[in-house]
Design a protein around this ligand. Structure first.
Ligand code: TYM
Length: 327
C-alpha cells in the first residue's frame, strides 16, 4: 500500500512552537517518503468568528510559514482547504456517517465552546470535515500533535462505517503522534498545552517572536522551587523546557538533561532560549523572503489545490456513485 501522508493546520497569526515541534517539523522531515499533502484549513477556522481581512492574511502567513519551515512544493502538495470544494462535499458525507453520540464525545469541542456566548454548529461538527480532509486522499498516515488524535480516530470510524454500508471505499488512516514534542505546554501554566487561543501571550513562544521576546518569555517561564534540572511529573515546567530544548536540538530528553546537569534554572533557561532563537532565525528569514511575493505564493497554493483536487475528486466520484447519487 502506498504511503500517503495528510495533515492540516488552521490559519493563525499566532502559530507557536507547539505547532512547529508537534506537527510541522515532522511533516517537513518526512517529505521524501510517499505522497505528502498539507493543507491550511481555513474552513475549520470559521468555526469561530473571523475578520475576513485577518483570515486572508493569516491564511497566507500560515502557508508561507509552512514553506519557510521546510515544506517543499516540489515534493509535497500544499494548498488551502477552501480552494478544493471536495472537502465540504466530503464533510457532508462524513456527517451522515457519524452518530450524534460519537460526535458528542469529542473533547475538544468542550474546551473550545466553554465560555462562548455564540457557539455555531460548525464548531461541534468540525471533526466531520476533518475526517473528510483525511479520507478523501486515501491517507495512510496523519502526523499530528496529541490533541488531534481523537479526531483521527473518528476519521477511522467514518471510513469503517462507510465501508461497511457501501463496500470497501476508504482506507483507515493511522494517527502518527511523535513520542516527544507532541504536547508542548504553556510557559505560564505547564499543566495546560500551549495554545493559539490562550489570551496570555506570555504562555507561548510564537514563531514570529523577535529574539528578545523569545528570551524574555523563556526566562520568565514558570518552573518550581527546586534546583535540579530533571524531567519528572513533579516538575512539569522544567520537563516542558527540557522537551523544547531536546526537540530543537534534535537530541533525546536524556541528552538534554545531561547537557544541563548542574546548571542553575536561570542558566538552563538561557540555554533553552539560545537554541529556540537560533532555530527560529532561518525560518523567520525565509518567511520574510516568501512574503515578499504574495502573488507567487498564491500561484503555489493554486497549483497545490489543483493537484489535490485531482486526487480527491476521483474518490468523491466513487463515493457519490456508491451512495446512489446520479450524475
Ligand atoms: P491546529 O491548527 O490546532 O494545530 C496544528 C498542529 O499543531 C499541533 N499542536 C501541538 N503540538 C504540540 N504541542 C502543542 N501545544 C500543540 N498545539 C497544536 C496539533 O496537534 C496539530 O497537529 N484540527 C486540526 C487541523 C486539521 C487537521 C486536518 C489535522 C484539520 N484537518 C486533517 C490533520 C488532518 C487543528 O485544529 O490543528
Amino acid at each position: 500500500m502506498a504511503k500517503v501522508v495528510f495533515s492540516g493546520i488552521q490559519p493563525s497569526g499566532n502559530l507557536h512552537i507547539g505547532n512547529y515541534l508537534g506537527a510541522v517539523r515532522h511533516w517537513a522531515k518526512g517529505q521524501d517518503d510517499g505522497l505528502n499533502i498539507f493543507c491550511v484549513v481555513d474552513m475549520h477556522a470559521i468555526t469561530v468568528e473571523q475578520d475576513p481581512k485577518v483570515l486572508r492574511e493569516n491564511t497566507l502567513s500560515t502557508a508561507a510559514f509552512l514553506l519557510a519551515a521546510g515544506i517543499d512544493q516540489e515534493k509535497s502538495i500544499l494548498f488551502v482547504q477552501s480552494m478544493n470544494a471536495d472537502h465540504a462535499n466530503g464533510g457532508w458525507i462524513a456527517n451522515c456517517n457519524i452518530s450524534m453520540g460519537q460526535m458528542s464525545r469529542m473533547t475538544q469541542f468542550k474546551d473550545k465552546s466553554e465560555g462562548k456566548q455564540f457557539v455555531n454548529v460548525g464548531l461541534f461538527d468540525y471533526p466531520a470535515l476533518m475526517a473528510a480532509d483525511i479520507i478523501l486522499y486515501s491517507t495512510t498516515h496523519v502526523p499530528i500533535g496529541d490533541d488531534q488524535k481523537q479526531h483521527v480516530e473518528l476519521a477511522r470510524d467514518v471510513a469503517e462505517r462507510f465501508n461497511s454500508r457501501y463496500g470497501e471505499t476508504f482506507l483507515l488512516p493511522e494517527p502518527v503522534v511523535g513520542e516527544t514534542g507532541a504536547r508542548i505546554m504553556s510557559l505560564v501554566d505547564p499543566e495546560k498545552k500551549m495554545s493559539k487561543s490562550d489570551p496570555n501571550t506570555s504562555a507561548s513562544v510564537f514563531l514570529f517572536d523577535e529574539p528578545d521576546v523569545v528570551r524574555k518569555k523563556i526566562m520568565s517561564a514558570v518552573t518550581d522551587s527546586g534546583a535540579e534540572v530533571k524531567a519528572s511529573p513533579e516538575k512539569p515546567g522544567i520537563t516542558n523546557l527540557l522537551s523544547i530544548h531536546s526537540e530543537f536540538a534534535e537530541t533525546s530528553m536524556e541528552d538534554s538533561e545531561r547537557q544541563m546537569q548542574g546548571l542553575s534554572y536561570g542558566d538552563f533557561k538561557s540555554k533553552v532560549a539560545d537554541i529556540v532563537v537560533e532555530k527560529l532565525k532561518p525560518i523567520q528569514e525565509k518567511y520574510a523572503q516568501i512574503r515578499g511575493d504574495d502573488n507567487k505564493l498564491l500561484e503555489t497554493l493554486r497549483g497545490g489545490a489543483k493537484k489535490a483536487q485531482e486526487i480527491s475528486h476521483k474518490k468523491l466520484t466513487e463515493v457519490y456513485d456508491k451512495i446512489g447519487f446520479v450524475s
